[in-house]
Structure formats: C-alpha cells, structure tokens
Design a protein around this ligand. Structure first.
Ligand code: NDP
Length: 284
C-alpha cells in the first residue's frame, strides 16, 4: 500500500520559509506585493483567487485584487496589466485563467513583464526553463518537484512518464524532470500503448483532467504517482485523474486529491513572488 505524499504538510514548510523571507525583506525596507486579476464569474477561478489571497495573508505578502466584469475587453485588460507592470508596489502579477472568450490569453501573458510573471508563463520565462537557467518555475510543476523530493526518491536515472502536454503543466513538468536527470516520456491523446508506457514508469505524473483515467494496471509496483487532476465527481466532490484505491494498492507513494498537488501550486506562487521582490531589490 502506497504512502501518502502530504501536500498540505510540504506546502506548509514552503510557506513557513517564504514567511521568514518576507519578514527579512521587510526589515530591509522591501515590501512584497502580488496583484491578482480575475475577469468574469468563473466559480472555480473565484475559489483559486480567494485561496491565493489567503496564502498571501498567511506569509505576509500584500495582495491587490482586481476583479473585472465578464464583458471586459482585451484592450482594457492589457491596459491594467501595463499599469501593474509600472507599479512599484507590485512584484508579481497573476492573471487567473481561463479568461472570457473575447480575450486572447497569450496576448495577456505576453504583456506581463517577465520579471513580474510569477506564473512563469511568459515565453521569455518558458525559454529560460527550457535551457535550465531560471528565476521562476511554473508553480504546479515546481510544487510537484518538491513533493517528489519529499519522498526521498532521487529522480536521476528514473523512468518518468508525464501524461498531458499542456503549456502550464505537462511540458514544463517534463522539462523539470529532465533537468533532474530523469528519462522522460511525454504522453498525450494520440499516444499509442499508453497503458504499457505508464506501467513502466518509476515516476508517473497524471495531468489529463479526466477522473479515474489512471487505473491500477497502469501503475508499476512501488512507483511514485503524482495526481495533478482536479475534476469533480457526480456528487460534485473534488477528485483527481487516478483511480485512487487501485493506484495506491500498487504505488510506493501517491498524492491524494485534494491535499496533494493543489496546496503546492499556491505555495510555489508565494515563493515566486518573494523571489521577484528579492531580484528587484537586488538582494540575492
Ligand atoms: P489540458 O486540458 O490543457 O491538458 C490535458 C492534457 O491531457 C492534454 O495534453 C491532452 O492531450 C491530454 N489528454 C487528454 N485526453 C487524453 C487521453 N485520452 N490520453 C492521453 N492524454 C490525454 O489540462 P491542464 O494541463 O491545464 O490540466 C490538467 C489537469 O490538471 C486538470 O484537471 C486541471 O484542472 C489540473 N490542474 C491542477 C492544478 C493544481 O494545482 N492541482 C494546476 C493546473 C491544472 P492532447 O494535448 O493531445 O490534447
């Protein structure tokens, strides 16, 4: 039976470090601020934004919320981002995705100054991650690396399989595992023999967005299984991409949903924001 990887506990450690860094910066006269922009009435986005603001309060980061109406135009949002780019009280800018359909998400991401792009979605930051020379890592994959480290298992030389190739999870996840010397396979909706490939993984990361997608027969005995999925079951309860009981039977370590990857994403956002403040202040 797998050991649970406790995302709440690991994220609490990261947030405690961030809180210490924030107070050390404050003593040097450096205040840390995060602007959180939400457009429209997406309920899930509202929950994420509230959680991010709550985490800011916990670690001493000042948060500035900008809640814009559903009918906001792209030009209006770009204007706000430009204003935040020039605001010295704002070290990080987070625009909660998804955006309403009249707004091109890439145009907005491209407008955020790379040094304030605490989500690490800007092409400049993506490029830095690709070459392994970065200040910020995208929050979810960076959080997953912390969770894997918490198991005590070294990624070096391990067979790593990432199911999903999105720009925000799958691709950067694969890159971080590669930087840690894993042997990485990326799978997607056109992958053939997915079950066999997954069943060979020492480290399996599921970022598909379909509940019960990963079944016990896709998990190697003793593997580390990271479930990124955030889905709802018929009762509206949060659940991941893995059939938990079956996968936990085979895995050596597994993340629960909720309480696994989710809390880490927010903790890493806090970490990126304090890094942005430190870089701006010229403090290594
Ligand atoms: P996307 O929808 O952008 O990507 C899903 C990926 O899954 C795609 O690459 C897709 O392949 C692949 N996929 C879909 N169907 C199959 C299939 N049958 N076989 C193999 N691969 C398949 O999702 P995200 O990456 O944004 O998110 C994935 C999940 O993680 C979601 O549930 C999301 O809510 C969650 N999430 C959780 C976070 C957290 O903090 N816990 C943060 C971010 C996301 P293809 O490219 O070929 O279409």
């Amino acid at each position: 039976m797998a050991k649970l990887i406790d995302g709440k506990a690991v994220s609490a450690k990261v947030k405690a470090q961030v809180r210490d860094e924030v107070s050390a910066l404050k003593e040097k006269g450096v205040h840390v601020g995060l602007a959180v922009v939400i457009v429209g009435n997406n309920q899930a986005s509202r929950v994420y934004v509230n959680n991010k603001k709550k985490a800011c309060a916990e670690v001493g980061i000042e948060s500035f919320e900008y809640a814009l109406p559903e009918e906001t135009t792209q030009a209006e949002l770009l204007e706000l981002v430009a204003k935040l780019n020039g605001d010295d009280n704002v070290n990080g800018i987070l625009v909660q995705l998804p955006l309403p359909k009249q707004i091109d998400e890439n145009a907005v991401i491209n407008e955020i100054l790379p040094e304030k792009d605490v989500d690490a979605f800007h092409p400049a930051n993506v490029g830095h991650i690709m070459i392994g020379d970065y200040s910020f890592l995208p929050c979810t994959p960076a959080g997953i690396m912390e969770l894997i480290a918490d198991t005590g298992i070294d990624v070096c030389g391990k067979k790593c399989v990432v199911v999903g190739r999105s720009n925000i999870v799958g691709k950067p996840m694969a890159m971080l595992l590669l930087h840690s010397n894993g042997t990485v396979t990326i799978c997607h909706s056109r992958t053939e023999n997915l079950k066999e490939i997954c069943a060979e993984a020492d480290i399996l990361v599921a970022a598909v967005g379909r509940r019960d997608f990963i079944t016990g027969d896709m998990v190697k005995e003793g593997a580390v299984v990271i479930d990124v999925g955030m889905n709802r079951n018929d009762e509206g309860k949060l659940c991941g991409d893995c059939k938990f009981d079956e996968c936990a039977e085979k895995a050596g370590f597994i993340t629960p949903v909720p309480g696994g990857v989710g809390p880490m994403t927010i903790a890493m956002l806090m970490k990126n924001t304090v890094t942005a403040a430190r870089i701006k202040a010229g403090i290594a």
